[in-house]
Design a protein. Structure first.
Ligand SMILES: [Mg+2]
Length: 323
Protein backbone atom coordinates (compact mmCIF):
# COMPACT_ATOMS: atom_id res chain seq x y z
CA UNK A 1 0.00 0.00 0.00
CA UNK A 2 3.00 2.29 0.54
CA UNK A 3 3.14 3.42 -3.11
CA UNK A 4 -0.47 4.57 -3.24
CA UNK A 5 -1.05 5.58 0.36
CA UNK A 6 -0.69 9.29 -0.42
CA UNK A 7 -2.96 9.04 -3.46
CA UNK A 8 -5.62 7.29 -1.40
CA UNK A 9 -5.41 9.92 1.33
CA UNK A 10 -5.68 12.71 -1.25
CA UNK A 11 -8.55 11.07 -3.11
CA UNK A 12 -10.65 9.79 -0.22
CA UNK A 13 -9.74 11.35 3.10
CA UNK A 14 -8.74 14.97 2.51
CA UNK A 15 -11.65 17.24 3.36
CA UNK A 16 -13.82 14.34 4.60
CA UNK A 17 -16.65 15.48 6.88
CA UNK A 18 -17.54 19.09 7.62
CA UNK A 19 -15.47 22.20 7.02
CA UNK A 20 -14.89 23.97 10.32
CA UNK A 21 -13.28 27.32 11.01
CA UNK A 22 -11.59 25.96 14.14
CA UNK A 23 -9.51 23.62 11.94
CA UNK A 24 -6.47 25.78 11.19
CA UNK A 25 -4.78 22.92 9.34
CA UNK A 26 -6.38 19.57 8.53
CA UNK A 27 -5.27 16.43 6.67
CA UNK A 28 -1.96 16.67 4.83
CA UNK A 29 0.79 17.83 7.18
CA UNK A 30 2.57 16.08 10.05
CA UNK A 31 -0.18 17.08 12.47
CA UNK A 32 -3.44 19.00 12.47
CA UNK A 33 -3.68 22.46 14.01
CA UNK A 34 -6.88 23.07 15.93
CA UNK A 35 -8.34 26.00 17.84
CA UNK A 36 -10.60 24.98 20.76
CA UNK A 37 -13.14 27.62 21.89
CA UNK A 38 -12.64 29.72 25.04
CA UNK A 39 -14.19 28.36 28.21
CA UNK A 40 -14.72 24.87 26.86
CA UNK A 41 -13.03 21.66 27.89
CA UNK A 42 -11.97 19.31 25.10
CA UNK A 43 -13.53 15.84 25.45
CA UNK A 44 -11.32 13.25 23.74
CA UNK A 45 -11.97 9.57 23.14
CA UNK A 46 -10.71 6.74 20.95
CA UNK A 47 -12.16 3.41 19.92
CA UNK A 48 -10.72 0.58 17.85
CA UNK A 49 -12.89 -1.82 15.89
CA UNK A 50 -11.26 -5.05 14.72
CA UNK A 51 -12.94 -7.18 12.06
CA UNK A 52 -14.21 -10.42 13.54
CA UNK A 53 -14.05 -9.03 17.07
CA UNK A 54 -16.07 -5.80 17.06
CA UNK A 55 -17.85 -6.15 13.75
CA UNK A 56 -18.42 -8.97 11.24
CA UNK A 57 -15.62 -9.00 8.67
CA UNK A 58 -18.22 -9.13 5.88
CA UNK A 59 -20.12 -6.05 7.12
CA UNK A 60 -20.75 -3.48 4.35
CA UNK A 61 -17.88 -0.98 4.11
CA UNK A 62 -20.22 2.03 4.43
CA UNK A 63 -21.54 0.58 7.67
CA UNK A 64 -18.03 0.04 9.01
CA UNK A 65 -17.24 3.70 8.29
CA UNK A 66 -20.46 4.85 9.92
CA UNK A 67 -20.03 2.68 12.99
CA UNK A 68 -16.36 3.50 13.58
CA UNK A 69 -17.30 7.18 13.94
CA UNK A 70 -20.67 6.55 15.61
CA UNK A 71 -19.23 4.64 18.57
CA UNK A 72 -16.93 7.58 19.31
CA UNK A 73 -19.69 10.17 18.92
CA UNK A 74 -21.67 8.03 21.34
CA UNK A 75 -18.88 8.35 23.91
CA UNK A 76 -18.86 12.13 23.40
CA UNK A 77 -22.66 12.16 23.77
CA UNK A 78 -22.35 10.31 27.08
CA UNK A 79 -20.14 13.19 28.31
CA UNK A 80 -22.57 15.84 27.07
CA UNK A 81 -19.97 17.01 24.55
CA UNK A 82 -20.50 18.61 21.16
CA UNK A 83 -18.47 16.71 18.51
CA UNK A 84 -15.96 18.68 16.44
CA UNK A 85 -12.93 16.77 15.15
CA UNK A 86 -11.86 13.22 14.38
CA UNK A 87 -8.77 11.34 13.30
CA UNK A 88 -8.81 7.95 11.64
CA UNK A 89 -6.30 5.11 11.53
CA UNK A 90 -7.34 2.50 9.00
CA UNK A 91 -5.63 -0.86 8.52
CA UNK A 92 -6.64 -2.75 5.36
CA UNK A 93 -5.64 -6.12 3.91
CA UNK A 94 -5.34 -4.49 0.48
CA UNK A 95 -5.96 -1.16 -1.24
CA UNK A 96 -9.46 -2.03 -2.46
CA UNK A 97 -10.62 1.36 -3.72
CA UNK A 98 -14.27 0.37 -3.95
CA UNK A 99 -14.21 -0.65 -0.30
CA UNK A 100 -12.44 2.57 0.68
CA UNK A 101 -14.87 4.73 -1.31
CA UNK A 102 -17.82 3.08 0.36
CA UNK A 103 -16.19 3.31 3.81
CA UNK A 104 -15.53 7.04 3.44
CA UNK A 105 -19.11 7.51 2.24
CA UNK A 106 -20.48 6.02 5.47
CA UNK A 107 -17.97 7.88 7.62
CA UNK A 108 -18.41 11.18 5.77
CA UNK A 109 -22.22 11.21 5.87
CA UNK A 110 -22.29 10.79 9.63
CA UNK A 111 -19.44 13.27 10.10
CA UNK A 112 -21.23 15.97 8.11
CA UNK A 113 -24.50 15.31 9.95
CA UNK A 114 -22.77 16.03 13.26
CA UNK A 115 -20.51 18.80 11.92
CA UNK A 116 -17.33 16.77 12.46
CA UNK A 117 -14.17 17.42 10.43
CA UNK A 118 -11.68 14.64 9.74
CA UNK A 119 -8.40 16.34 10.59
CA UNK A 120 -5.83 13.58 10.24
CA UNK A 121 -5.18 9.91 9.88
CA UNK A 122 -3.12 7.03 8.82
CA UNK A 123 -3.43 4.14 6.37
CA UNK A 124 -1.59 0.86 6.69
CA UNK A 125 -1.73 -2.70 5.45
CA UNK A 126 -2.76 -5.57 7.71
CA UNK A 127 -5.85 -7.30 9.10
CA UNK A 128 -8.93 -5.05 8.78
CA UNK A 129 -9.16 -2.70 11.74
CA UNK A 130 -10.37 0.86 12.24
CA UNK A 131 -9.36 3.27 15.00
CA UNK A 132 -11.15 6.58 15.30
CA UNK A 133 -10.32 9.29 17.78
CA UNK A 134 -12.94 11.97 18.28
CA UNK A 135 -12.82 15.29 20.08
CA UNK A 136 -15.64 17.54 21.17
CA UNK A 137 -16.33 20.48 23.44
CA UNK A 138 -18.20 20.74 26.70
CA UNK A 139 -18.50 23.88 28.83
CA UNK A 140 -16.01 23.61 31.66
CA UNK A 141 -17.54 21.91 34.73
CA UNK A 142 -20.66 20.78 32.86
CA UNK A 143 -19.58 17.37 31.52
CA UNK A 144 -21.71 14.34 32.35
CA UNK A 145 -19.79 11.90 34.50
CA UNK A 146 -20.39 8.41 35.91
CA UNK A 147 -19.93 9.30 39.52
CA UNK A 148 -22.75 11.48 40.78
CA UNK A 149 -25.75 9.14 40.85
CA UNK A 150 -27.48 9.26 44.25
CA UNK A 151 -30.04 7.00 45.99
CA UNK A 152 -33.53 7.98 44.87
CA UNK A 153 -32.40 9.09 41.38
CA UNK A 154 -34.41 7.55 38.56
CA UNK A 155 -32.56 5.41 35.99
CA UNK A 156 -33.43 6.08 32.35
CA UNK A 157 -32.43 4.69 28.96
CA UNK A 158 -32.92 6.17 25.51
CA UNK A 159 -34.36 4.35 22.51
CA UNK A 160 -34.84 0.59 22.58
CA UNK A 161 -32.45 -2.06 23.89
CA UNK A 162 -31.31 -5.41 22.55
CA UNK A 163 -31.80 -4.60 18.86
CA UNK A 164 -28.12 -4.84 17.96
CA UNK A 165 -27.65 -8.20 19.72
CA UNK A 166 -30.63 -9.63 17.83
CA UNK A 167 -29.36 -7.98 14.64
CA UNK A 168 -26.02 -9.76 15.09
CA UNK A 169 -27.77 -13.12 15.47
CA UNK A 170 -29.69 -12.39 12.27
CA UNK A 171 -26.53 -11.34 10.40
CA UNK A 172 -24.80 -14.54 11.46
CA UNK A 173 -27.71 -16.59 10.16
CA UNK A 174 -26.81 -15.23 6.69
CA UNK A 175 -30.40 -15.35 5.54
CA UNK A 176 -30.73 -14.64 1.84
CA UNK A 177 -34.02 -12.77 2.09
CA UNK A 178 -34.60 -10.36 4.89
CA UNK A 179 -37.95 -8.95 5.87
CA UNK A 180 -38.28 -5.33 7.02
CA UNK A 181 -38.03 -6.18 10.74
CA UNK A 182 -34.81 -8.15 10.28
CA UNK A 183 -33.30 -5.44 8.09
CA UNK A 184 -34.12 -2.85 10.76
CA UNK A 185 -32.47 -4.92 13.51
CA UNK A 186 -29.35 -5.42 11.37
CA UNK A 187 -29.25 -1.67 10.67
CA UNK A 188 -29.33 -1.07 14.42
CA UNK A 189 -26.22 -3.29 14.64
CA UNK A 190 -24.31 -1.83 11.70
CA UNK A 191 -25.44 1.81 11.83
CA UNK A 192 -26.02 2.82 15.43
CA UNK A 193 -27.37 6.31 16.11
CA UNK A 194 -25.20 8.26 18.54
CA UNK A 195 -27.46 10.26 20.88
CA UNK A 196 -25.51 13.49 20.55
CA UNK A 197 -28.34 16.00 20.99
CA UNK A 198 -29.71 14.03 23.96
CA UNK A 199 -26.32 14.11 25.68
CA UNK A 200 -26.17 17.87 25.23
CA UNK A 201 -29.70 18.29 26.64
CA UNK A 202 -28.82 16.19 29.70
CA UNK A 203 -26.15 18.62 30.89
CA UNK A 204 -27.38 20.10 34.16
CA UNK A 205 -30.15 17.49 34.36
CA UNK A 206 -28.57 14.02 34.61
CA UNK A 207 -26.40 13.21 37.62
CA UNK A 208 -24.57 10.43 35.76
CA UNK A 209 -24.52 9.08 32.22
CA UNK A 210 -22.91 6.38 30.10
CA UNK A 211 -23.42 5.03 26.61
CA UNK A 212 -24.45 1.41 26.22
CA UNK A 213 -21.69 -0.34 24.29
CA UNK A 214 -21.29 -3.52 26.33
CA UNK A 215 -24.88 -4.00 27.47
CA UNK A 216 -27.08 -2.37 30.10
CA UNK A 217 -26.09 -4.63 33.00
CA UNK A 218 -22.40 -4.02 32.56
CA UNK A 219 -22.52 -0.35 31.59
CA UNK A 220 -25.00 0.67 34.29
CA UNK A 221 -22.66 -1.25 36.59
CA UNK A 222 -19.94 1.32 35.75
CA UNK A 223 -22.22 4.14 36.93
CA UNK A 224 -23.03 2.22 40.13
CA UNK A 225 -19.35 1.58 40.84
CA UNK A 226 -18.34 5.10 39.97
CA UNK A 227 -21.04 6.59 42.18
CA UNK A 228 -20.76 4.07 45.05
CA UNK A 229 -24.43 3.11 44.87
CA UNK A 230 -26.70 0.22 43.82
CA UNK A 231 -29.77 0.12 41.62
CA UNK A 232 -32.95 -1.82 41.07
CA UNK A 233 -34.14 -2.20 37.47
CA UNK A 234 -37.59 -3.50 36.49
CA UNK A 235 -36.88 -5.71 33.48
CA UNK A 236 -40.54 -5.49 32.44
CA UNK A 237 -39.95 -1.81 31.73
CA UNK A 238 -36.95 -2.32 29.46
CA UNK A 239 -37.88 -0.76 26.10
CA UNK A 240 -37.99 -3.49 23.45
CA UNK A 241 -38.69 -2.58 19.82
CA UNK A 242 -41.51 -4.01 17.76
CA UNK A 243 -39.08 -5.65 15.28
CA UNK A 244 -37.32 -7.34 18.23
CA UNK A 245 -40.66 -8.66 19.51
CA UNK A 246 -41.49 -10.00 16.08
CA UNK A 247 -38.16 -11.75 15.74
CA UNK A 248 -37.54 -13.28 19.16
CA UNK A 249 -39.51 -14.76 22.05
CA UNK A 250 -40.10 -12.47 25.02
CA UNK A 251 -37.39 -13.95 27.22
CA UNK A 252 -34.72 -13.64 24.54
CA UNK A 253 -35.76 -10.03 23.94
CA UNK A 254 -35.39 -9.35 27.67
CA UNK A 255 -31.96 -10.95 27.85
CA UNK A 256 -30.83 -8.99 24.80
CA UNK A 257 -32.21 -5.77 26.32
CA UNK A 258 -30.54 -6.40 29.68
CA UNK A 259 -27.15 -7.56 28.44
CA UNK A 260 -26.81 -7.29 24.67
CA UNK A 261 -24.05 -4.96 23.48
CA UNK A 262 -23.72 -2.43 20.67
CA UNK A 263 -26.99 -0.50 21.09
CA UNK A 264 -25.21 2.85 21.73
CA UNK A 265 -28.17 4.25 23.61
CA UNK A 266 -27.59 6.41 26.68
CA UNK A 267 -28.27 5.29 30.24
CA UNK A 268 -28.52 8.12 32.78
CA UNK A 269 -29.77 9.02 36.21
CA UNK A 270 -32.02 11.95 37.12
CA UNK A 271 -32.96 13.25 40.58
CA UNK A 272 -36.67 13.47 41.45
CA UNK A 273 -36.59 17.26 41.38
CA UNK A 274 -35.64 17.28 37.68
CA UNK A 275 -37.93 14.53 36.38
CA UNK A 276 -40.41 17.09 35.04
CA UNK A 277 -37.82 18.22 32.46
CA UNK A 278 -37.67 14.89 30.66
CA UNK A 279 -40.82 15.12 28.56
CA UNK A 280 -39.54 18.33 26.99
CA UNK A 281 -36.09 16.80 26.41
CA UNK A 282 -37.68 13.74 24.76
CA UNK A 283 -39.76 15.90 22.44
CA UNK A 284 -36.92 18.31 21.57
CA UNK A 285 -34.57 15.45 20.70
CA UNK A 286 -37.19 13.11 19.24
CA UNK A 287 -35.71 10.29 21.32
CA UNK A 288 -37.82 7.93 23.40
CA UNK A 289 -36.82 8.01 27.07
CA UNK A 290 -37.87 5.22 29.44
CA UNK A 291 -37.58 5.10 33.20
CA UNK A 292 -36.38 1.59 34.01
CA UNK A 293 -35.41 1.74 37.68
CA UNK A 294 -34.12 3.60 40.71
CA UNK A 295 -30.76 4.16 42.33
CA UNK A 296 -30.60 2.74 45.86
CA UNK A 297 -28.05 2.69 48.67
CA UNK A 298 -25.54 -0.16 48.77
CA UNK A 299 -23.98 -1.72 45.71
CA UNK A 300 -24.77 -3.92 42.74
CA UNK A 301 -27.59 -4.15 40.26
CA UNK A 302 -30.83 -5.97 41.07
CA UNK A 303 -32.88 -7.04 38.07
CA UNK A 304 -36.48 -7.66 39.11
CA UNK A 305 -39.94 -8.02 37.58
CA UNK A 306 -42.67 -5.45 38.14
CA UNK A 307 -43.92 -7.36 41.19
CA UNK A 308 -40.47 -7.28 42.79
CA UNK A 309 -39.51 -10.92 42.19
CA UNK A 310 -35.95 -11.50 40.89
CA UNK A 311 -35.80 -11.60 37.09
CA UNK A 312 -33.41 -14.58 37.07
CA UNK A 313 -31.82 -13.52 33.77
CA UNK A 314 -28.39 -14.71 32.70
CA UNK A 315 -26.81 -11.36 31.92
CA UNK A 316 -23.05 -11.47 31.59
CA UNK A 317 -21.86 -8.24 29.98
CA UNK A 318 -19.33 -8.46 27.20
CA UNK A 319 -15.72 -8.45 28.38
CA UNK A 320 -12.45 -8.72 26.55
CA UNK A 321 -9.70 -10.95 27.93
CA UNK A 322 -12.04 -13.05 30.05
CA UNK A 323 -13.70 -16.31 29.17
MG1 LIG B 1 -18.62 4.58 26.41
Amino acid sequence: MAASEFDLIRDYFTGLGSRREDVLLGVGDDAALLQPPEGQAVALCVDTMVAGVHFPGDAPAASVGHKALAVNLSDLAAMGAEPAWATLSLTLPDADERWIASFTHGFGDLARYHNVALVGGDLSRGPLSVSVQAAGFVPRGRALRRRRARPGDAVFVSGTLGDAALGLALWQEQRATLDADSAWLIARLHQPTPRVSLGRELRGCATAAIDLSDGLAQDLGHILQGSGVGAVVDVDRLPVSEPARHYAVARRCLEAAAAGGDDYELCFTVPRTRLHRLDAIASRTGVRLTRIGTIEPGQGLRLVHGDGTPAGLQVPGYRHFTS
